[in-house]
Design a protein around this ligand. Structure first.
Ligand code: F6P
Length: 328
């Protein structure tokens, strides 16, 4: 690990936005200022580094944002940063502003970029896990997950009301291209009968058998929560199969989509974003470089950025046993 003394920090948000990113930006900027550092906001993820959209920030720049969803710094998935020419341009712009440390709030794709950049140009980088998907190892929380899952729960509760009124089978699709955490947590919390996620093999025959058995005993209200990245596809694809096999079931589809990414962050997301943002600056100050700041068992956990990229969180199979027993 490098141990250069850092005095000018750039902060950026990258990848899909997540509620709580603003709280993290606020924490990074204000902790840096507390330590007498100069702080810069980099707009639109890595694109802002490449295009020199870099602005000085002070305490007031981050006033009145802790409660706001989205990100005041904007965000993007930068293709150019994945090319060495893009990263060189970005480095030249950092030099121009004298920026000697970076805090990147984003997901695993953003950390891959940070690790490459740091290897090439020796700029220390700290990653903060900001993604609604919670698909990063080494942390019990990612910024935005709690808000997204609560948004999904609120919506699914409403769907259950109308499903109950009409005796309907609803297939609700939640976000999660590669990860099923939103589906798993929101499904359990709303009493879903089935939860389909990319991490486990979906047994469609077992699903049909369980719905048939419920139909026989006149349990007509059923909620299936599916992550968009399930191997059978999202809610529409599952609905086609169910409608063919169970033509008598009154089957409806609801895709929650991007409402899960917006909204005011929950208290938990504000807390973890504030704590992680504070520790990101402490890391840069103390020479703990190129790590992701996580929280595990209520303690700070620092994992090398490249490890955070490769490892995924594991989903315990016990959850599925619980779902089956509780949805009977
Ligand atoms: O932020 C992660 C995520 O929400 C995934 O679950 C989803 O598939 C993806 O972002 C969608 O991203 P975008 O709207 O930027 O295409």
């Amino acid at each position: 690990m490098a141990s250069k003394q850092v005095s000018r920090i750039g902060v950026l948000t990258s990848g899909g936005d997540a509620p709580g990113m603003n709280a993290a930006v606020r924490a990074v900027v204000r902790t840096g200022i507390y330590h007498g550092m100069e702080m810069f906001g980099i707009m639109r993820g890595y694109n802002g580094m490449i295009e020199d959209e870099i602005i000085p920030m002070n305490s007031r720049s981050v006033a009145n944002i802790i409660q706001r969803g989205g990100t005041i710094l904007k965000t993007a998935r930068s293709k150019e940063f994945f090319e060495v020419e893009g990263r060189k341009k970005a480095y030249d712009n950092l030099l121009k502003h004298g920026i000697d440390g970076l805090v990147i709030i984003g997901g695993d794709g953003s950390f891959t970029g940070a690790q490459k950049f740091s290897n090439e140009f020796d700029i220390p980088c700290i990653g903060l896990p900001g993604t609604i998907d919670k698909d990063i190892a080494g942390t019990d929380f990612t910024i935005g997950f709690d808000t997204a899952v609560n948004t999904a729960v609120e919506a699914i509760d409403k769907i259950r009301d109308t499903a109950d009124a009409h005796d309907r089978l609803f297939i609700v699709e939640v976000m999660g291209r590669d990860a099923g955490y939103i589906a798993l947590h929101s499904g359990i919390a709303t009493g879903a009968e089935n939860i389909l996620i990319p991490e486990t093999k979906t047994d469609i025959e077992e699903l049909i058998a369980s719905l048939t058995e419920k139909e026989k005993r006149k349990k007509l209200v059923n909620l299936i929560v599916v992550a968009e990245g399930d191997e059978f596809g999202g809610a529409n694809e599952i609905a086609v199969i169910i409608k063919q096999r169970l033509p008598n079931a009154d089957t409806k589809v609801c895709i929650l989509g991007h409402i899960q990414r917006g909204g005011s962050p929950t208290c938990i997301d504000r807390l973890i974003a504030s704590r992680m943002g504070y520790h990101a600056v402490e890391c840069l100050l103390n020479g703990k470089h190129n790590v992701m700041v996580g929280i595990q068992n209520n303690k700070m956990n620092y994992i090398p950025l490249d490890t955070a990229v490769k490892a995924k969180q594991k989903i315990s199979s016990e959850w599925f046993k619980i779902v089956k027993i509780l949805a009977s």
